[in-house]
Design a protein around this ligand. Structure first.
Ligand SMILES: Nc1ncnc2c1ncn2[C@@H]1O[C@H](COP(=O)(O)OP(=O)(O)O)[C@@H](O)[C@H]1O
Ligand SMILES: [Mg+2]
Length: 313
């Protein structure tokens, strides 16, 4: 096995005139929990479908566990588990019967099947409830069972498309805990999508941020967060208006400005000195209340990051 679970080069997929995935090049290290983070419609699901060989790339290439997605999709699907939009669970069957059924589909021998189903259900805290009908379960429990289903055949790589979407915060947190534990125990590489930065930060060793099909940033979550914070400055006070914003925008350190409700938000270019901005504001008669580097919270930091154009590293 290579030390790289996924490698893409200029991966591109167009639907008519829409470029859903646009020149994405990335590497996912084996064993990582890798987060693919982006707003709705940014190309996350399309990327997963490309990686599973369910869609042909328009341009570029991808290899998954060393197999080319164009020519070797069968091998990829054998060695990967996936939880996409539909869980594939049968609501009128018990949890155990669902897993038994899929284990047969994967041709696991009977003894191995029993053991695998028990291990997975136990690992997810569902063993005691194995005889219950899935249709009566909460969304969070169904989602756990769907993860178990995706892991039945001991895949080397697990794709999870927005695994916590639609879960309440408590169920989402529980699923995250179980996922991390399970991934480590199974030694499986995880590629998961989310539009929630806090989630990516809790779960993932590495994160790629995608916006409008383009890769905007890639790195450890704490690095991305630090960078997003470093790149922002917020000034509150009296006298902050469009005229002031235009003056500030002329400073070489400033990439973009926005003024609203007596608050001036600046996006900064790397490595520039920001003290002249404060001097300028004072000179122009602004009564400054507060100057803050970075956004107010993580969500804002993420928005600042996806708000910047093109790859920036
Ligand atoms: N089969 C398809 N045909 C046409 N457009 C599609 C198709 N699949 C996805 N798209 C479009 O591609 C863009 C990216 O979609 P998607 O990958 O589902 O985004 P995400 O999963 O990040 O929400 C969206 O604008 C979506 O409408
Ligand atoms: Mg999607």
């Amino acid at each position: 096995m290579t030390d790289c679970a996924i490698r893409t080069a200029g991966l591109t997929r167009e639907f008519g005139t829409l470029r859903a995935v646009d020149g994405v090049s990335l590497e996912v290290p084996a064993g990582a929990i890798f987060g693919f983070l982006g707003p709705n419609g940014s190309g996350k699901t399309t990327t997963i479908r490309l990686l599973l060989g369910l869609l042909e790339p328009t341009r570029g290439s991808a290899s998954v566990l060393g197999h080319d997605t164009r020519t070797d999709a069968g091998a990829i699907r054998e060695r990967c588990g996936a939880l996409l939009e539909h869980s594939g669970l049968y609501e009128r069957m018990t949890a155990e019967d669902n897993l038994e059924f899929y284990a047969r589909v994967w041709h696991l021998p009977q003894a191995a099947r029993r053991e695998r189903v028990r291990d997975l259900l136990t690992g997810l805290g569902l063993w005691d409830r194995r005889h219950e009908l899935v249709g009566q379960w909460s969304r969070g429990m169904k989602q756990k069972l769907a993860v178990a289903r995706a892991l039945l055949h001991h895949p080397d790589l697990l794709f999870l498309d927005e695994p916590t979407a639609g879960l309440d915060p408590i169920a989402a947190a529980a699923l995250r805990d179980d996922l991390t534990g399970l991934a480590r125990r199974e030694g499986v590489t995880v590629f998961l999508t989310t539009h929630n930065l806090a989630e990516a930060e809790k779960l993932c060793d590495q994160v790629a941020v995608i916006r409008s099909g383009r890769l905007v940033a890639i790195g450890r979550p704490d690095e991305l967060r630090a960078r997003a914070r470093r790149d922002r400055m917020e000034v509150t006070g009296r006298g902050l208006d469009e005229r002031i914003a235009a003056l500030v925008a002329a400073d070489p350190a400033v990439e973009a400005t926005e003024v609203a409700d007596g608050r001036l938000t600046l996006r900064l270019r790397d490595g520039h000195d920001t003290s002249p901005i404060v001097s300028l504001l004072v000179r122009e008669g602004v009564a400054i209340d507060e100057v803050r580097k970075g956004g107010a919270d993580l969500e804002e930091a993420f928005l600042a990051l996806v708000g910047s154009e093109g790859p920036d590293q």
